[in-house]
Ligand binder design. Structure first.
Ligand code: EPU
Length: 419
C-alpha cells in the first residue's frame, strides 16, 4: 500500500524548523557535473526523490557518484559513457532535460527523451531547443527523443520568447562550454539560476548579469571541478512559514534566505500574518484569522507559482474573498477540488480562482496530485478540525525532505503510514 500522511489537525506549531537545500538549485548543479572530467562536490544535497533520480541519470551517463561521511555528494564524469537520457527516467522527472545542454557542450551529441506534459501543464521545451540551435546545434525529434548534435557550440545572442527557468539553466550550461560569448536576453532571474551561475563561475566560466534578465556568458575551453553549497529552498521555507501561520502558531523557520522570499513575505503580511525577519530566519506568528488578499503568480521576483497552492490554502480560511491568478502553468489548480472536500469554498474560472474564506476546514481523506498541491493538502490538514489522510505522498517526497518529521518536531500530530 503506498504511503499516506495521517494528520490530526488543530495544533499550533512552535519551536524552530530548519530549511534544506533547494531542490531546484541542486538539480541543475548536479547536471553541471557533466561539463567537466573533474569532481564536483555538492556539500549539502537534500535527500529528495528528484535528486536521487538525477543522480541515477548521471550514473547512466558515466558519472561515478559517492557520498562523503559528512553528507556531501561527489560526482565525477571522467568520461561520458552514454549521451542518452532514456524515457523511463525523463518521464518520472522532466528536469532530466537539464542534461541536454551540458552533454551537448561536452561531447557534441545528446539524445534525451522529449518530456510529455505533466499534471500542472503542457510544459514544452521549445525555448531550450531554439537556444541550442542558436548556439549551432542541429536538433531533430526522432521517435520521441530530442537528438542534438554540434561539432563545437559557438556563443550567440539568444532572446527567449518567455521566461523559462530550466531553459535559461540549460542554455547557461551549454554556453559555459561553448566557444566565445553568449548573451541570454529575457533570462530567468530566479535565485536558482543565480546559484547555477555561481557554480559555473567556480568551474571556470565567466558569467555576468546572473539574477538579471540579461546574462553574458564567456565559455571556457575546459571547465574544472568545484565544491558547491546550494542555496536554501525558498519554496520549502515558504511552505513552513505558511504552516506556522495557518495553525496560529509561533514558529521560527531557520536557514533561509529572506531576500529570496520577498514577494511571499509581503503577501503574508498583507494577510495579517505576523513576521519577524532576521538575517537567515523568519519568526512567524499566525493571526486568529487571516485577511483576504489577491495573488498573481509571475516569474521571480514576483509571487512564485510554486507557493500558489499553499497560500491559497491559507486564503481559504480568510475573512473575506480572495482571488488567485495563475499565470505560469495552465493546470495548477488541482488542489482546489481536494480542498473543497475539506470545506473550502473555491471556484475556478480559467486561470483565476475565487476563494470565499470559511472559518475552518474539516479533516478528510484527500489525494495529492503534484508536489506543491500535496504540500497544500498537508497545510490544510494541519489547520483542520479532525483527521486528514493525504494519499499519494510520493509527490511530496519529490521535493520536501522529511516534511512530516520537520512538522512533528514543531508539535504537529502527523505520521506516515503505509497500512
Ligand atoms: N515554457 C515554454 N517553452 C519552454 C519552456 C517553458 O512554453 O521551452 C513555458 C512552460 O510551459 C510554463 C512557463 O514557460 O508555462 C514557465 O516554465 P519554466 O520553463 O520556467 O518551468 P520549468 O523550468 O520547467 C521550473 C521549476 C518548477 C517551477 C517553474 C516556474 C525546476 C526543476 N522546476 O520549471 O518547479 O514551477 O520553474 O518557476 O526548476 C516545483 O518545484 O514544484 C516545480 C514545478
Amino acid at each position: 500500500m503506498p504511503a499516506r500522511l495521517e494528520i490530526e489537525g488543530g495544533v499550533p506549531l512552535s519551536g524552530t524548523v530548519t530549511v534544506s537545500a533547494a531542490k531546484n538549485a541542486t538539480l541543475p548543479a548536479l547536471a553541471a557535473a557533466l561539463l567537466t572530467s573533474q569532481p564536483l562536490v555538492i556539500e549539502n544535497p537534500p535527500a529528495l526523490a528528484d535528486v536521487a533520480t538525477m543522480t541515477r541519470l548521471l550514473a547512466r551517463l558515466g558519472a561515478v557518484v559517492s557520498r562523503d561521511t559528512n553528507g556531501a555528494t561527489r560526482v565525477q564524469v571522467e568520461q561520458v559513457a552514454s549521451s542518452e537520457a532514456p524515457y523511463e527516467l525523463v518521464s518520472t522527472m522532466r528536469a532530466s532535460v537539464l542534461v541536454l545542454g551540458p552533454l551537448l557542450a561536452r561531447t557534441g551529441v545528446a539524445r534525451v527523451a522529449l518530456p510529455g506534459g505533466c499534471a500542472i501543464g503542457v510544459r514544452p521545451i521549445d525555448q531550450h531547443l531554439k537556444g541550442f540551435r542558436k548556439l549551432g546545434a542541429e536538433i531533430s525529434i526522432v521517435n520521441g527523443y530530442v537528438e542534438a548534435r554540434a561539432s563545437r557550440l559557438k556563443g550567440a545572442r539568444i532572446t527567449t520568447d518567455l521566461v523559462t527557468v530550466t531553459g535559461t539553466e540549460n542554455l547557461m550550461m551549454a554556453a559555459a562550454g561553448a566557444e566565445g560569448t553568449t548573451v541570454i536576453e529575457n533570462a530567468a532571474r530566479e535565485p536558482e539560476v543565480a546559484d547555477l551561475a555561481r557554480l559555473l563561475g567556480t568551474m571556470g566560466a565567466r558569467i555576468e548579469g546572473a539574477g538579471t534578465a540579461r546574462m553574458v556568458i564567456e565559455g571556457a575551453p575546459e571547465l574544472g571541478g568545484a565544491r558547491h553549497r546550494v542555496i536554501p529552498d525558498r519554496i520549502e521555507a515558504g511552505t513552513l512559514i505558511v504552516a506556522g501561520a495557518i495553525t496560529g502558531g509561533d514558529l521560527t523557520v531557520a536557514g533561509l534566505a529572506p531576500e529570496h522570499l520577498s514577494a511571499v513575505l509581503a503577501k503574508l503580511e498583507e494577510c495579517g500574518v505576523g513576521l519577524e525577519v532576521g538575517a537567515d530566519r523568519v519568526r512567524v506568528r499566525g493571526p486568529a484569522r487571516p485577511r483576504a488578499a489577491d495573488v498573481i503568480t509571475s516569474p521571480f521576483p514576483g509571487f512564485p507559482t510554486d507557493m500558489q497552492a499553499q497560500v491559497m490554502t491559507l486564503l481559504g480560511l480568510a475573512n473575506g474573498q480572495s482571488r488567485v491568478t495563475e499565470t505560469i502553468f495552465e493546470n495548477r489548480f488541482m488542489h482546489v477540488a481536494e480542498l473543497a472536500r475539506m470545506g473550502a469554498r473555491i471556484e475556478t474560472d480559467g486561470a483565476t480562482a475565487v476563494i470565499r474564506g470559511v472559518p475552518e476546514y474539516q479533516g478528510a481523506p484527500v489525494m495529492a496530485s503534484d508536489l506543491r498541491a500535496s504540500a497544500a493538502l498537508v497545510l490544510a490538514g494541519l489547520a483542520a478540525r479532525g483527521r486528514t489522510s493525504v494519499s499519494r505522498v510520493y509527490h511530496l517526497d519529490r521535493g520536501y525532505e522529511r516534511l512530516e518529521l520537520k512538522l512533528a518536531g514543531a508539535g504537529a500530530r502527523i505520521a506516515r503510514t503505509s497500512a
